[in-house]
Design a protein around this ligand. Structure first.
Ligand code: ZN
Ligand code: ZN
Length: 379
């Protein structure tokens, strides 16, 4: 007879009972870790729009109740003895990222962000829906291992494939925690996917965490013109302080194309869209210079893709790419971003604000109103 899993690690987590219900702090019980897993004491966890999309029930993968959170960081308290944990030891500080299958072609080529199983693994949980590491005290199963971590929790069972070791002090995790998702995606879109040529121009649509990190990466690559576009004055100012050469309040123009052509009459070489808005994407393609490339990083609504400017793209040799996870390998790319941070070229400590996990509501309000770029929960 198969033995039942040991459920012996009580802790607290922010739980979403049903789609559309709020996050509620409550008692949960974790299963004992498996050989390919770690028990991590979560110190900080960034809040990302993807957590809210799933909380609202708009992602048709995975069950409820659920513990979300996928920008976690903390300290290893227990360690499995599987092959994926050999470089780690108890007490190590770790940053958590998304999980990939390690078996498909993209994974084997080091582009884990383009893993063909990425959606299933990360949204349904690495152990799968039926086999979560989390339950309620009454025994009911809860979706866990969200992005290999479910880090809106004081303690978390983490898949070793999600782990990146951090050699510095634990306090740094308060601003480095979001490296595993939003920050990395924005930077990798520029550094790994677009690879802008010297003396080229880049426009960033939407100055949230992803857009601002794309901007910092463009500055790092010494792009000649960096055009930052948003509707919030505070974000435009922040973008200017981070290296934007032009900032545009898009409300002052009929279209985003008109806004860009006003400062770059020939069009712009690269566009990073973080808005996912149909009319912005369609019109934005027209603002590309001949041979330009448009990267969609936000999650567009389907109609955005039905109306694309195919003729304009054909005539002017334009490229449209959808980017997930920056096409990168977090275990290699995050250490690179940490080096860039340490040399002053990737100042992510200017983007966050920390909130005690009990003040989640305030954090969400500040995120939605635009008062804070990246709210980070402290456990
Ligand atoms: Zn995210
Ligand atoms: Zn894969």
């Amino acid at each position: 007879m198969e033995s039942l899993p040991e459920r012996n690690i009580p802790t607290k987590a922010l739980l979403v009972e049903k789609p559309g219900e709020p996050f509620v702090l409550q008692d949960i019980v974790l299963d004992e870790i498996r050989p390919n897993e770690l028990l991590v004491e979560i110190k900080y966890a960034g809040i990302c729009h993807t957590d809210l999309v799933v909380q609202e029930g708009k992602m048709p993968l995975g069950s409820y109740p659920a513990v979300l959170g996928h920008e976690g960081a903390g300290i290893i308290r227990k360690l499995g003895e599987g092959p994926g944990t050999s470089d780690l030891k108890i007490g190590d500080r770790v940053l958590l990222s998304y999980c990939s299958c390690l078996n498909c072609v993209a994974c084997q080529e080091g582009r884990k962000g383009a893993c063909e199983n990425i959606a299933m693994i990360n949204f349904a949980g690495t152990r799968g829906n039926e086999d979560s590491a989390i339950s309620l005290p009454n025994g009911e199963r809860v979706r866990g291992n969200f992005f290999g971590q479910s880090s809106f929790s004081k303690l978390a069972v983490v898949d070793s494939r999600s782990v990146v070791k951090y050699p510095g002090p634990v306090e740094d995790l308060s601003f480095l925690a979001p490296l595993g998702c939003g920050y990395m995606t924005g930077a990798a879109t520029v550094l790994n996917v677009l690879k802008p040529k010297p003396r080229s121009s880049v426009a960033i649509f939407g100055l949230g965490a992803v857009g601002l990190c794309a901007l910092m990466a463009a500055k790092y690559e010494e792009v000649r013109e960096i055009v930052a576009i948003d509707i919030l004055e505070s974000r435009l100012q922040l973008a200017a302080s981070l290296g934007a050469t032009k900032t545009i309040d898009s409300r002052q123009y009929e279209t985003v194309e008109a806004a860009i052509r006003d400062v770059l009459p020939q069009g712009v070489d690269y566009i990073v869209d973080t808005t996912g808005l149909a009319y912005v994407i369609n019109n934005g393609i027209k603002a590309l210079a001949h041979g330009g490339t448009f990267a969609i990083v936000g999650t567009p609504r389907p109609e955005a893709l039905l109306e694309i400017q195919a003729l304009d793209m054909l005539i002017h040799c334009k490229t449209l790419i959808g980017v997930t996870g920056g096409y990168c390998d977090p275990q290699k790319f995050i250490p690179r971003l940490i080096e860039m941070f340490q040399s002053g070229s990737f100042p992510v400590n200017k983007l966050h604000r920390t909130y005690p996990s009990s003040q989640l509501e305030e954090a969400l309000q500040d995120m939605k109103s635009g008062k804070v770029v990246k709210p980070v929960l402290a456990w």
